[in-house]
Design a protein around this ligand. Structure first.
Ligand code: BGC
Length: 361
């Protein structure tokens, strides 16, 4: 990430913290010689995707402003690295762990150690599966993300009225990320009736989750799968009307492939995260929409959870039904995802201070 962009994002995170009214007391505390309120370990999956850099920066800023010491680590999407980073956080005295897991199912053993040591765990953005050490889950409404993407395609193609049939292809995320199933589920619940009635046709035949998943959410993997789909199904002039992409990294791969291999009318392409490259593509007409998940809000909610845990009070939650991690339902706070496209991105992303206009040039 460019330094300029990162420092802009940091400034935005600070401004948002103050705006949200949860930073003023802490800013005073941070300015004075203070005792620490405790130590929080923050484990992020990778620096490769823009959003996790923002998440990490926001969490670090907001936790520090609230008087906590922060140990922020990125694991290059490597599960073993993430496990050993968490082990280090445990042994170096963290009292709360905030974890965006790489693979939701791989942290059971290390989190059993955390529980043994009396350390509380908050699952950040992605649910940690099959561990009873998880106290809370802070995320966006992941099913709603998928619903909004599916509804967008339904409306743009006017599926209830237009004769069709329309051709669609589907790209979702990493099978080890519980979110991917929610994004896919939300979208497919909207689109499935039209696939079943034949109004939407998936020429590749790849519809089920396992066939449309993208390992590591990787742009390259999405791109090479799209290359293969185009050459097998759309190289003869067949029109592709829409590509459901669960997020921006997969949308980028699909867009790159279409630019290189597809000569027909440009399809509808969905996304999620409002990454800079994708917002630029929206402005250029190459991606139709994205879902904006304001990482500043998620960080602020998570800091409230940390505070509650440290003070021994109940953390704020608004969902106690949806997210069963295999050991029971984890009390969750679901932030609301917002629709973004070329018409509202300025208001959502620039006026709110999330990006500077120059970042998008
Ligand atoms: C997040 C998405 C992100 C994806 C890839 C998901 O768990 O919720 O915002 O695009 O991971 O990093």
């Amino acid at each position: 990430m460019k330094k300029r962009l990162l420092s802009g994002l940091l400034a935005a995170a600070m401004a948002a913290t103050l705006l949200m009214g949860c930073g003023s007391k802490s800013a005073e505390v941070a300015g004075a010689q203070r005792e620490t309120n405790g130590k929080v370990g923050v484990a992020m999956p990778t620096k490769d995707l823009q959003r996790w850099n923002q998440d990490g920066a926001n969490m670090e800023e907001q936790l520090k402003a609230a008087g906590y010491d922060v140990d922020l680590q990125y694991a290059s999407n490597d599960i073993a690295t993430q496990v050993s980073q968490i082990e280090n956080m445990i042994s170096s005295g963290a009292q709360v762990l905030v974890i965006a897991s790489i693979d939701g199912d791989s942290l059971g053993t290390v989190l059993a150690q955390a529980k043994e040591a009396g350390i509380k765990v908050i699952a950040y953005d992605r649910l940690i599966m099959n561990s009873d050490a998880v106290s809370y889950y802070a995320t966006f409404d992941n099913y709603m993300v998928g619903t909004k993407q599916g509804e967008y395609i339904k409306e743009q193609l006017d599926l209830d009225n237009a004769a069709g049939p329309f051709n669609i292809e589907i790209f979702t995320g990493d099978p080890g990320d519980n979110n991917a199933r929610f994004f896919y589920g939300g979208a497919i619940d909207v689109l499935k009736p039209y696939i079943e009635s034949g109004k939407l046709v998936v020429q590749s035949g790849q519809v089920e989750f396992d066939n449309v998943a993208t390992a590591n959410w990787s742009t390259e993997n999405a791109q090479s799968r799209m290359d293969a789909i185009i050459s097998a199904n759309y190289a003869n002039g067949t029109k592709l009307d829409a590509v459901l992409c669960s997020n921006d990294s997969t949308a980028l791969g699909v867009t790159n492939s279409l630019e290189a291999n597809y000569t027909g009318e440009w399809p509808i392409i969905t996304g999620q995260d409002c990454d800079v490259a994708n917002v630029k593509n929206m402005i250029a007409g190459k991606q139709s929409m994205s879902i904006f998940k304001d990482t500043r809000t998620l960080a602020a909610k998570t800091v409230e959870m940390v505070d509650a845990i440290m003070k021994g009070t109940e953390a704020p939650v608004n969902d106690t039904k949806t997210y069963d991690n295999g050991t029971g339902v984890i009390p969750s706070f679901l932030c609301e995802p917002v629709f973004a496209d070329v018409n509202n991105y300025k208001e959502l992303l620039i006026d709110s201070g999330y990006y500077k206009e120059d970042d998008l040039k």
